[in-house]
Design a protein around this ligand. Sequence first.
Ligand SMILES: NC(=O)c1ccc[n+]([C@@H]2O[C@H](COP(=O)([O-])OP(=O)(O)OC[C@H]3O[C@@H](n4cnc5c(N)ncnc54)[C@H](OP(=O)(O)O)[C@@H]3O)[C@@H](O)[C@H]2O)c1
Length: 349
Amino acid sequence: MNATTNYQNTRILLSSRPEGEPTAANFQIETIDVPAPAEGEVLLRTIYLSLDPYMRGRMSAAKSYAAPVEIGDVMEGGTVSEVVESRHPDLMAGDFVLSHCGWQSYAVVPGGRHLRKLDPGSAPISTAVGVLGMPGFTAYAGLLAIGKPQQGETVAVAAATGPVGSMVGQLAKIKGANAIGIAGGPDKVAFLRRLGFDEALDHRSPGFLAQVKAATPDGIDVYFENVGGAVWDAVLPRLNTYARVPVCGLVAHYNDTQMPAGPDQLPKLMRNILTKSLTIRGFIQNEFINDYYKAFQKDVAGWIADGRIQYREDIVTGLENTPEAFAGLLTGKNFGKLLIEVAPDSTRR
Ligand SMILES: NC(=O)c1ccc[n+]([C@@H]2O[C@H](COP(=O)([O-])OP(=O)(O)OC[C@H]3O[C@@H](n4cnc5c(N)ncnc54)[C@H](OP(=O)(O)O)[C@@H]3O)[C@@H](O)[C@H]2O)c1
């Protein structure tokens, strides 16, 4: 039998696949002993768990770009962790690392390059899963590689107060484009204006369709697609000739159990693609890592330092609150990058 430590790991397992919105019944919380790390391994304590919309896809058995979480397995997820015990030469107790430990309070994992050491002195450790991590990179790579915004063009993005959308809009401004942000509710709209978006629109407002038209007198050159649904319907007629559409996410549809009813919209879409010479391209962020990751880290760290990029975090305390917070992420209850603070962040200034 493996030796155990005095630590107790609370972990959240996928217990069933959701039909529609995920609920607490899809998860099981349990507490088990934490094993002692073997040679080459480290024992990590989770400080922050990142909650991201892609996790809804992992809960489903449908074929996708990544394998689903199996029933009975720990839900997966990016984490910022503290090294509690190290039997790997590159790490020592007290170090902070970017890791992928999932929905649990402790994990024993092999050491090595997949654990990126973080410097709490150069940026808050939480940013490693937010503005300086996967979501920020997604926005940077998708917008620059596919959207290619030019000076004076118009860039539109929804889920605009989230970590992807807020980066897209601010980056568009840095590149000299106009930024139109779309979000749910007046508080989020007000926040977008403070961030410097040229226009901020509420997709829940009854006049939304007319507002999109009024806010885009010169049309839209880049629509960074995060949501789909009614926002896409409003944006499609405003796309200019040669518009680019990086398809990053479709969060309005992640809880769908069947295709929406109604007339087949495909011929209209294909006609738009043809007659306006549209470029519509889906992507998964990791395909751009080799070409864009270094530049992303350098550029965004500099822009945060000089105030051109701002970010907002929505921190929920306690691992036990993860299922509810995750369900809220898919319906807009979060306001900023959603994080679970699993154990207190001793580095926070
Ligand atoms: N392709 C990739 O590699 C990749 C990587 C990371 C993220 N993504 C995608 O990027 C998108 C944004 O991710 P994020 O982490 O920044 O999430 P986020 O914005 O923090 O959270 C999702 C937001 O979507 C909005 N939303 C939900 N239902 C909606 C609906 N029916 N209509 C319009 N908006 C709706 C809500 O904001 P409002 O309250 O403002 O509506 C919600 O807060 C997601 O689609 C995600 O899957 C893709």
